[in-house]
Unconditional design. Structure first.
Length: 240
């Protein structure tokens, strides 16, 4: 059985999952401003489960205060990945999907991570996001390749169908066209408000995380041999 914990928006107050026996999907906003000091803190905080961590970047990881986009902060996220996963780690700065195939005790799954952070010149865009055409095209290909290899889990930071000011994913509609009926679990954060939907966009499990370290709650997704999926709440503790 594959076990995955979904956490998000920890904002320098990282949860302690060193003893968790599965993988950890973090849907972004590890930091407040993506500074070198914050990434050094983050590296120490996740040391106990770095090899199990499957992260995607949030707007606070790639922009000062989450709104002043910074190439330096965005590249520091990839440098963080290289330090925990090795020199061949995925480069989110290039706006390409991260693909990780999992196989545990007869169960298998594909996890796809997206960079939904939009690098813009205007702070008036606030915390809006965008997948981008090239990344959407690459996602389309990845979903085709994942067919027949167990459930597909898609993770990104921005809310894919909340259209409020400052939380907007600019190309949410285009993303929906690609993923409809082709993803089994959709994970995201950003809004700091938990939610769960079944059947939206033809996806059995859509899960929005809150700011996990503040609330002390996360969700666990388990995948059994044969592909059966179960979702349940789980307690987490803050490890700073």
């Amino acid at each position: 059985m594959i076990r995955l914990a979904h956490v998000s928006d920890t904002h320098r107050n990282q949860v302690d999952l060193a003893d968790y026996p599965g993988y950890v999907i973090h849907t972004g906003d590890f930091t407040d401003s993506g500074s070198p000091r914050e990434y050094d803190e983050l590296l120490r905080a996740v040391e106990g489960y770095a090899d199990k961590l499957i992260p995607v970047p949030g707007n606070h990881d790639t922009a000062r205060l989450g709104i002043f986009d910074s190439e330096g902060a965005a590249r520091r996220f990839d440098q963080f990945l290289a330090r925990i996963h090795g020199v061949q780690a995925h480069r989110y700065f290039d706006k390409a999907p991260m693909i990780r195939r999992l196989a545990v005790d007869g169960a298998q799954a594909t996890v796809i991570g997206l960079n939904s952070c939009a690098m813009t010149a205007s702070p008036h865009d606030l915390a809006e996001g965008e997948i981008g055409r090239e990344q959407r095209d690459a996602l389309d290909r990845a979903l085709t390749e994942a067919r027949g290899n167990g459930p597909v889990i898609l993770a990104l930071h921005h809310h894919p169908f909340l259209h409020s000011y400052s939380m907007l994913l600019a190309d949410a509609e285009e993303l929906g066209w690609i993923i409809e009926g082709r993803v089994d679990v959709l994970l995201f954060g950003h809004h700091h408000h938990p939610g769960r939907w079944s059947g939206r966009l033809g996806i059995p499990h859509t899960l929005a995380a809150d700011d996990s370290s503040r609330t002390g709650w996360a969700r666990e997704i388990t995948i059994a041999p044969g592909g059966a999926i179960n979702v349940s709440p789980m307690r987490v503790t803050c490890g700073k």
